[in-house]
Design a protein around this ligand. Structure first.
Ligand code: NI
Length: 175
């Protein structure tokens, strides 16, 4: 296991659309090791999700897990989920505004509109096709990570950049 270096905003890898992973490769030792490293990196930096471009790899892989998290103390837990080649199949029409941060944009929070519920298809780390119905914060994290795989970050989705805040000021005035 290894903790990977996280790319920060401005690095072109974050703006490059990621390539799909060949199904046969998913169960390879190298890919399994990489997924483990992504999970370890997400845990190390208290992330609730991490996409491969954030660790300088433009492949369609994301990991998500919401445990008790000091960066997001109010959010409901989500079990460890590995998404490979995720495709959003259906989105609700209702948008909800909530706060997001990103390990590639350290120490900032912004208010981002996201659809409330969605259905998603992906491979898991065993190369099995999975379907997920997600709502609320889980749906939000999925949209955030899928955006990374397209070369987008949450700031691109903000309706009003005036809500952008440093974490310390966010906790003090906005939370
Ligand atoms: Ni992010």
């Amino acid at each position: 296991m290894a903790i990977l270096k996280v790319a920060r905003l401005g690095h072109p890898v974050l703006r490059t659309p990621s390539e799909a992973v060949a199904k046969e490769v998913i169960t390879s030792k190298k890919m399994q090791q990489f997924i483990d490293d992504m999970i370890e990196t997400m845990h190390e930096y208290d992330g609730v999700g991490l996409a491969a471009p954030q660790v300088h790899v433009n492949q369609q892989i994301a990991v998500i897990e919401v445990k008790e998290n000091q960066r997001y103390p109010k959010e409901a837990p989500v079990p460890l989920t590995v998404l490979i080649n995720p495709r959003i199949l259906r989105k609700s029409e209702t948008f909800v505004d909530d706060w997001e941060g990103c390990l590639s944009i350290p120490d900032l929070r912004g208010l981002v509109p996201r659809v409330q519920t969605l259905e998603l298809e992906a491979y898991n780390r065993k190369a099995e096709k999975i379907k997920i119905s997600a709502a609320g914060f889980f749906a939000r994290v999925i949209q955030h990570e899928c955006d990374h795989l397209l070369g987008n970050v949450y700031v691109d989705r903000m309706r009003d950049l005036k809500t952008l805040s440093f974490l310390q000021e966010f906790m003090r005035y906005l939370y």
